[in-house]
Design a protein around this ligand. Structure first.
Ligand code: ZN
Length: 198
């Protein structure tokens, strides 16, 4: 990319380090930003900075939030004795969009993957077990139906079984290898309603 000046090249390089952004898209985004009004660029960059500085883990469910406790965990109308375990905050949002789940969540921030060297200690599993020392009726495992998601589900269910807490797994209406956030709400609801005891 020598044919661009140093600062333009730098901008393109930064964009191309983002997931799903190839060299061509990175160039398109860079020139788009350069053509934007200054105020809009300032608003974009401050949104990125502010979110990065202020967003943290909810101290109960570990979802990403601006506050110590997320709005879902704060909501006393929800059933805090039913915990749905998801891989990430986007999966949580997918279930929230259905508007039908009245329990609370636990966000693992990943899944166990021996191939990628991600073990049980690399996800928020200890934190889940600590939560389960409270009065909990059911843990619904809603990890993805990928190999990693299934491995994680099996691992968690083995860990929880001795506590006597009911463990369920969402139905496999969710396509194998499917990323939860791309699945429509009807399929998600069907998966939730058709969950089976592990
Ligand atoms: Zn929370």
């Amino acid at each position: 990319m020598d044919y661009y000046s140093k600062q333009i090249s730098k901008l393109i390089e930064e964009f191309s380090s983002l997931p799903g952004i190839g060299a061509k898209s990175a160039q398109r985004l860079a020139f788009h930003v350069l053509n934007m009004p200054l105020e809009q660029v300032e608003s974009l960059s401050s949104a990125i900075l502010e979110a990065k500085k202020n967003v943290k883990y909810c101290k109960f469910c570990y979802t990403l939030t601006d506050d110590d406790v997320c709005p879902i965990c704060k909501d006393t109308a929800r059933n805090h004795k039913v915990i749905m375990v998801v891989e990430n905050t986007r999966d949580l949002a997918a279930y929230e969009k259905t508007g039908k789940f009245e329990g609370v969540y636990h966000v693992l921030h990943g899944a166990i993957s021996p191939m990628l060297g991600i073990g049980p200690n690399d996800i928020k599993l200890k934190e889940l077990m600590i939560r389960l020392e409270q009065d909990v009726d059911e843990v619904i495992i809603a990890t993805n139906s990928s190999l990693e998601g299934e491995t994680t589900a099996m691992y968690i269910s083995k860990l929880i079984k001795p506590t006597g807490i009911k463990v369920t797994r969402i139905a496999s209406g969710v396509p194998v290898g499917g990323d939860l956030e791309y699945i429509d709400e009807v399929t998600l609801l069907r998966a939730l309603e058709g969950r089976t005891v592990l």
